[in-house]
Design a binder for this molecule. Sequence first.
Ligand code: ATP
Length: 374
Amino acid sequence: MAVTVEDVRTALSAVKDPEIRRPITDLGMVDTVAVDPAGGVDLTVLLTIAACPLRDTLTRDVTAAVRAVPGVTDLRLTLGVMTDDQRSALRDSLKGGATKDIPFARPESRTRVYAIASGKGGVGKSTVTVNLAAALAAQGLAVGVLDADVYGFSIPRMLGVTGRPTRIGEMILPPVAHGIKVISVGMFVDGNTPVVWRGPMLHRALQQFLADVFWGDLDVLLLDLPPGTGDIAISTAQLIPSTEILVVTTPQTAAAEVAERAGAIALQTRQKVAGVIENMSPMLLPDGSRMALFGSGGGRIVADSLSRATGTTVELLGQVPLEVGLREAGDSGTPLVLTAPTAPAAQVLRQVADGLARRSRPLAGVSLGISPKR
Ligand SMILES: Nc1ncnc2c1ncn2[C@@H]1O[C@H](COP(=O)(O)OP(=O)(O)OP(=O)(O)O)[C@@H](O)[C@H]1O
């Protein structure tokens, strides 16, 4: 049977743009399709920008899809580039026309937003963030990570992201790694330049990343906050009031006291504390005994004290042991939950992710669409 243009278009509707993650047929990227009587296909696909970092992936996916159509004997693929008008039409269709709006702050948003907070640096906040993100994405959830930790942007390295975000006018397309959309403040500064941003600048940066980045329909957004109880936690509360806080602490008592303060900020901003994760918990030794390098009990102390302070039950969601493999996986760019899902630390992190995946977005601020009976 002769191949039709419709057959080719149908096959192309299964190809998603690697960055936007929607079918290329819905994005205006399929420009022209022609089929000759011998089954040869002439196809022009438009890239969003000429320097599209994922043009090879797109070429491969398009070629595979078209070649798989029965009767296709040849494919002559031309890659073009969208005009400015086509790009703005695409941006408007993705953003629903509104560019300055934060989609997660809308009452009808179904995205759960978690801010990962810690009292001080180096407690493993980024490690926890990337592993939770990877575990949630592995379950098939649409996950985004916003690395707002201006004092050390380690998220891109831990997820193996080297690419820069693509810009379409004012819209920013985040790189995707292990199925996770990733944006880091570090992607917008040169090399290792430290960022000495203060409150208002940070607030603007966060607002821009939330509004201008095309996140698509996310199930979960994880925000890696700078350590401490600073301005950015307050900014997060202002920009997305439904954000819940996940507090990371080490088992050390001193660290726990500092972590408590990070959690207590939620009282002032009226955000919910989703739970406490203790990291660097006693290490499992080959003989089955445990070594408590950083002491023990910190997670429980923080959870109990936040429960008292908030008058709700704040749970200790998990205790992630110190584990060489967890650090190595972070250094290699693939989180431990993917490289060794049954390793002790990975099991705890996957369990925490399972718990987060089962929770539904809090109804605070959501209109239930019920009107009182008159
Ligand atoms: N449970 C663990 N076992 C072994 N190493 C760990 C563990 N958790 C974190 N690490 C390692 O400790 C170091 C600090 O962790 P990480 O960068 O995640 O902390 P952080 O709190 O995000 O720090 P910062 O606030 O400075 O960004 C990293 O090298 C990481 O690989």
